[in-house]
Design a protein around this ligand. Structure first.
Ligand code: F6R
Ligand code: MG
Ligand code: MG
Length: 364
């Protein structure tokens, strides 16, 4: 049975500020998707939030970029915006950049990751959602999952993984893409994907049979809108087990709270803290950036789950380390490398300050 799994997300209002989600917004999303399920438009759904982002997880028998599914997500965000406005939530409708829907949410503000596959005899899928960061935050963990044998034992000892994986990398500035077959081309790939603000892993396929293994959202909201409208908090979908990395190999990279761009005003580096659903409300200096993971077993398209995977005590130490790193980074205040470089900041008064000082600079 061919299934499409669509994760479409948007920030249509925060509570309070940019930190979390009002329960009424979740309710309205569940009501809208519940209606669509009854009408047979989707097979199943789950509604979650990561920080101020409303996450719509849907299974259906349509295709990727299916206008009917994208319209459903858009209409749900519009209904959420109405509630956010009624409750005077913060930044109501902030990610809905257009007034009318035109076939696809791409370029309209919301982020999406979608995957279509023949459901296996047993199909575990993991959905990662992050807040206060950007899609390049997935580069390091994806590399570890699918190309680093020190993380994924299966690359060495499971015949089904041994031929490696191919990564599609997008240049989000120039709107170009390139494929790397790993492990053979892993050094070339690392040369690019280490530059996380520009080169972003879009998908991963298995070399032995071309099966899709992972897909991410790569919508760069700030670039799309041409001005700052909110960080493009990313999502990704990963298929697990039987020739893909095991659930535990997929989660293992998050035991290292690596530094990502985002945090306060989308303009600071900070550690990506793995958290359970209940802890996904970034509050210290609007952060530190959070990642959570919802796992499901697909059952003919029905979503058995979610299980809250990063809540586990085995990630306590990573949370502690993230807090230690957050303290260390915060002590830099407005200095780099805590503050992002001038080109990557979402907020900056630099042009105004330079303009004001124009006449005061003297030749050295
Ligand atoms: C970062 C984020 C927040 C806001 C900050 C200021 O992605 O959402 O850190 O940038 O709270 O928000 P405004 O400008 O709306 O007061
Ligand atoms: Mg917000
Ligand atoms: Mg957000």
């Amino acid at each position: 049975m061919k299934i499409t799994l669509s994760v479409i997300k948007a920030d249509v209002g925060g509570y309070p500020g940019h930190s979390g989600m009002h329960p009424e917004l979740m309710e309205v999303a569940r009501r809208e998707l519940g209606k669509a399920k009854k009408e047979g438009k989707i097979i199943d759904f789950s509604v979650l939030h990561c920080g101020d982002d409303l996450e719509l997880i849907m299974t259906h028998s349509g295709f990727i970029d299916d206008p009917q599914i994208h319209k459903l997500a858009w209409d749900t965000f519009v209904a959420g915006t109405a509630v956010a406005k009624k409750l005077k939530l913060y930044g109501a409708g902030q990610d809905l950049l257009k007034d009318t829907f035109s076939g696809n949410v791409k370029g309209m503000g919301p982020g999406s990751a979608e995957v279509c596959f023949e459901e296996r005899k047993s199909e575990p899928v993991l959905i990662f959602m992050a807040d206060k960061t950007e899609p390049g935050a997935w580069n390091l963990p994806l590399y570890k999952m699918f190309a680093d044998p020190f993380n994924t034992a299966g690359l060495v000892i499971d015949a089904a993984c041994h031929k490696g994986y191919t990564f599609e990398v997008q240049d989000v500035r120039e709107h170009k893409k390139v494929r790397f077959t790993c492990p053979a081309e892993s050094y070339d790939m690392l040369a690019l994907i280490g530059q996380v603000g520009r080169y972003v892993i879009k998908s991963v396929v298995r070399n032995s049979d071309g099966e899709i293994a992972a897909v991410t959202s790569t919508d760069r909201l700030n670039l799309l809108a041409g001005r700052y409208v909110g960080k493009d908090d990313p999502v990704m979908i990963i298929r697990a087990q039987s020739g893909f990395p095991a659930v535990g190999e997929i989660l293992e990279p998050f035991a290292f709270p690596h530094l990502v761009a985002g945090w306060m005003r989308g303009s600071h580096h900070g550690p990506l803290m793995p958290v359970g659903f209940e802890q996904a409300t970034p509050s210290r200096f609007d952060g530190p950036p959070r990642v959570m993971c919802a796992a499901f077993q697909l059952n003919n398209g029905l979503l058995e789950g979610p299980t809250d995977m990063l809540k586990d005590v085995s990630f306590d130490e990573a949370r502690h380390e993230a807090n230690v790193v957050a303290n260390y980074m915060r002590r830099h205040g407005p200095f780099e490398p805590h503050r992002l470089g001038a080109d990557d900041m979402e907020y900056t008064t630099l042009p105004e300050v330079l303009e004001k000082l124009k006449g005061r600079f003297e030749k050295l």
